[in-house]
Design a protein around this ligand. Structure first.
Ligand SMILES: *Cc1c(COP(=O)(O)O)cnc(C)c1O
Length: 408
């Protein structure tokens, strides 16, 4: 079994170690929930203060032009593009993941007239399924069919317009074969929409190389944009050239929003996927965190992520009542480890009281996210030790650990 000293030696030669000081983490906390809400970058408060007090408070409405507010969704999109293997003009930051999925899904259905089925993963993050249900409900004859990714080929018939899948499963952390699945879906004449919420910032995402049609993702998980920070969407350049039509045709997607014309004329390019005024305070926070991401080497992030998850799995497998739900093969693993335990909820609460923050997903999954920019090998070792102590002491059986909040 690896020792804490050996972990300290790994930290000493970690090429990403310098990023830790870019994040404001409380003393005494091992934060293993950056896959749900990323940590606060130290430069974010100052950037948000500047936008609030200077751009808004002092410059007032002049900032739309002078501080580049109007351009902000595109500027942030161009900065996210390298993180997802996209061209700068294929990405825009706006709204939320759910809303963006709605927009690209309806646009995809319109690009495949005559085809009426949308396939989704029945075990996916439910908002994606709810949105697929809502979007298909608006199109005559359309339907949303829930499958498992391993059954995909059986369901890829001539009626499938689009397939929506998450690159990394939010529960088990399983990583799907994005290029392979994309190619099979497209060979069947359908369009591929990837949800990259749990992969962006966790590993290099290669949308362009795989020829992906559409993608959506959020920025408050691995990208550290802050609670409720704006999401992004990606549309392949070849589709943009064809002038796709999204359903939420608000004024920010209009070619001339300040002409105030009565008819809708969409912008050329990805800007036609905008709907409303950007949420500039959230976008300011995201901009500050992208300053950090801009300097991070994604290959190094992936290497360390796999090393951290390998370390954690090695230390916790075999603990009493624990079953590792995350795939062992690197090619099938994102940047989180999910452990099954019949009493996972109170075990996670007991861990949180000890300063090790993970989370829980019903019915029995304890989730631990590994964020290479601000986690050390030593912390992972400490977290595994704390979990072992919680299990052997049985302290999780205390009644206070079974009380559930609104958010688990
Ligand atoms: C986090 C997450 C979302 C979040 O959706 P919002 O609309 O931004 O709240 C959506 N899909 C997946 C797969 C997620 O992991």
């Amino acid at each position: 079994m690896i020792t804490r000293e050996e972990c300290a030696a790994l930290d000493a030669v970690d090429p990403l170690a310098a990023f830790r000081k870019e994040f404001a983490l409380p003393e005494g906390v091992v934060y293993l929930d950056g896959n749900s809400l990323g940590a606060l970058p130290v430069r974010t408060p100052e950037r948000v203060r500047q936008v609030v007090e200077e751009e808004w408070g002092r410059e007032l409405i002049r900032s739309w032009n002078d501080a580049g507010w109007f351009e902000q969704p595109y500027r942030l999109g161009r900065r996210i593009a390298p993180l997802i293997g996209a061209e700068p003009e294929e990405v825009v930051v706006c709204d939320t993941t759910s809303v963006n999925l709605f927009k690209v899904l309806v646009a995809a259905l319109r690009l495949r007239p005559g085809r009426r089925t949308v396939l989704g993963d029945g075990e996916a993050f439910p908002t994606d399924l709810y949105i697929a249900e809502g979007a298909t409900g608006l199109v005559e004859g359309a339907r949303s069919v829930l499958i498992r990714p391993e059954e995909l080929d059986r369901h890829l018939d001539g009626d499938v317009a689009a397939v929506v899948l998450s690159q990394v499963d939010y529960r088990t952390g399983e990583l799907l074969d994005l290029p392979g699945i994309t190619a099979r879906v497209q060979a069947a004449g359908a369009l591929m929409i990837w949800d990259v919420c749990h992969s962006v910032g966790a590993l290099p995402v290669e949308l362009g190389a795989a020829g992906v049609d559409f993608a959506i993702g959020c920025t408050y998980k691995y990208l550290n944009g802050g609670p409720g920070s704006p999401a992004f969407l990606y549309v392949a350049g070849r589709h943009l050239a064809a002038g796709p039509r999204q359903p939420l045709s608000g004024w920010f997607g209009h070619a001339r929003p300040f002409a105030f014309e009565p008819g809708y004329d969409p912008k050329p390019g990805v800007g036609r996927f905008l709907t409303s005024s950007p949420s500039l305070l959230g976008q300011a926070a995201l901009g500050a965190s992208l300053d950090v991401w801009e300097r991070a080497d994604l290959a190094a992030v992936r290497t360390k992520s796999l090393a951290l998850t390998d370390l954690f799995i090695g230390l916790v497998e075999g603990l009493d009542g624990i079953e590792v739900a995350t795939p062992r093969e690197h090619a099938r693993r994102g940047s989180q480890v999910a452990l099954r335990h019949a009493d996972g909820y109170p075990v996670v609460q007991a861990l949180i009281e000890r300063g090790v923050i993970g989370d829980f997903r019903a019915p029995d999954l304890m989730r631990f996210g590994f964020t290479p920019l601000y986690l050390s090998y030593t912390e992972v070792w400490d977290a595994a030790r704390q979990l072992a102590e919680v299990l052997t002491s049985g302290e999780w059986r205390a009644e206070r650990f079974s009380r559930r909040g609104e958010v688990t």
